[in-house]
Ligand binder design. Structure first.
Ligand code: ATP
Length: 367
């Protein structure tokens, strides 16, 4: 069993609090991604797990054993770095075999293992080449193969795809996912790319300023972001948000912000468990905002009139930006539908699709 547990992990560099009381777990065989903007402490956290940095406070457990004070080579980790960290003048074979030789594994076993992992990563034909002679994508595969050959208890990936071009990046993330499904080795993956995190992970730990914002499955994070930060960070585009005054009671919900007034009949439908009133942020995803053709019957709730200010076709969908006073909303629509700049449309925000956050705490208040 190689379940990972970070308990109250802290790391300061001088005045900078890089990791702030982090509690994250990865179950045995789980693929957990640390996701967040630049500087939020993802790499520092990974380096703490690897033993490349020492925590200021807190503990790390792997398979129930406290590894906080163990040197990196005794932790049973296989790490893949952003810049691959290969030995450029060694052959692919020797790069993959390096840690096995250090451990004095017998030659025949090294050959078997290198053969096995190089087949798995489709680089068996490159074993004699020097890594300096390989493309970025091939170097990336060698780096994963080298980590794999160690048969680690846990894989740590530090932005391993960020030096690849867009197409190769998408292909490699699928391969890493497939490899994981095959091997079922506990993995921690660092990225600032939310789409990459969504597609590759069992669970995502969203980080901000060294702290954990939310740890959940990708869909739960998308559907029920716990804070306004997660709501706007996750999703392409991020969630549409409006700040204003919200009043929710037995008569329903009213929301007022400059130039925009909305009401819904039932707070239960918006999954608001009790009455609430105050400064709030409401959010709606682009695919949940409905654009009605002009002249359609005005819905009784959650609707407003706005002007189409931008139309962006992306093939499978179109994004239509609508503006009401200075408030903007992006809606995702079927590309067959025609919208023109300057056209007036009705925008409907269904109660069931509403996300409501307390402006004071930035935290979600509906279910
Ligand atoms: P990125 O995506 O840009 O790599 P990150 O989320 O991985 O960012 P970290 O590299 O972990 O973030 O850095 C977290 C904070 O700690 C940042 O403010 C960074 O400047 C600081 N930091 C990281 N390493 C050191 C160091 N060795 N000395 C001083 N400050 C550091």
């Amino acid at each position: 069993m190689a379940d990972l547990e970070l308990r109250g992990l802290c790391k300061t560099f001088g005045q900078v609090l890089a990791v702030d009381n982090l509690n994250v777990t990865a179950a045995d065989g789980e693929f957990v991604t640390l996701l967040g903007p630049s500087g939020c402490g993802k790499s520092t956290t990974l380096n703490l797990i690897a033993g490349l940095e020492q925590p200021t406070a807190g503990d790390i457990y792997l398979g129930g054993t406290r590894i906080t004070d163990l040197p990196p080579n005794e932790r049973g980790i296989g790490m893949v770095f952003q810049d691959y960290a290969l030995y450029p003048h060694m052959s692919v074979f020797d790069n993959i075999a390096f840690s096995l030789k250090l451990r004095r594994v017998v030659r025949s076993e090294i050959e078997r293992m290198v053969g096995y992992v190089s087949q798995m990563l489709d680089i068996a034909h490159l074993l004699e080449r020097r890594t300096a002679q390989l493309s970025g994508g091939q170097q990336q595969r060698v780096a994963v193969a080298r980590a794999l050959a160690k048969q680690p208890q846990i894989f740590l990936f530090d932005e391993p795809l960020s030096n690849l071009d867009a197409a190769l990046r998408v292909r490699m993330r699928t391969e890493i996912r497939r490899l994981h499904l095959h091997l079922q080795t506990t993995s921690v993956f660092v990225t600032h790319d939310q789409e990459e995190a969504m597609t590759i992970s069992d669970r995502i730990a969203v980080m901000r300023d060294g702290r954990l914002e939310q740890l959940d499955s990708p869909m739960e994070i998308y559907r029920r972001p716990r804070s306004i930060f997660v709501a706007t960070f996750i999703g392409k585009p991020g969630m549409n948000v409006f700040q204003g005054q919200l009043q929710a009671d037995e008569d329903g919900i009213t929301f007022a912000s400059p130039g925009l007034e909305l009401c819904w009949k039932s707070r239960q439908e918006a999954r608001l468990e009790s009455s609430w009133s105050g400064e709030a942020i409401i959010g709606v995803r682009a695919e949940d905002a409905k654009l009605q053709d002009p002249g359609a019957t005005v819905p009784e709730e959650g609707a407003f009139i706005a002007e189409v200010t931008l139309v962006e076709p992306i093939g499978s969908d179109s994004f239509v930006e609508v503006t009401r006073d200075s408030q903007r909303l992006l809606a995702r629509v079927n590309p067959e539908r025609q919208f023109q700049r300057g056209q007036m449309v009705q925008v409907e925000v269904p109660a069931a699709k509403l996300h409501i956050f307390d402006s004071g705490t930035d935290l979600r208040i509906n279910g």
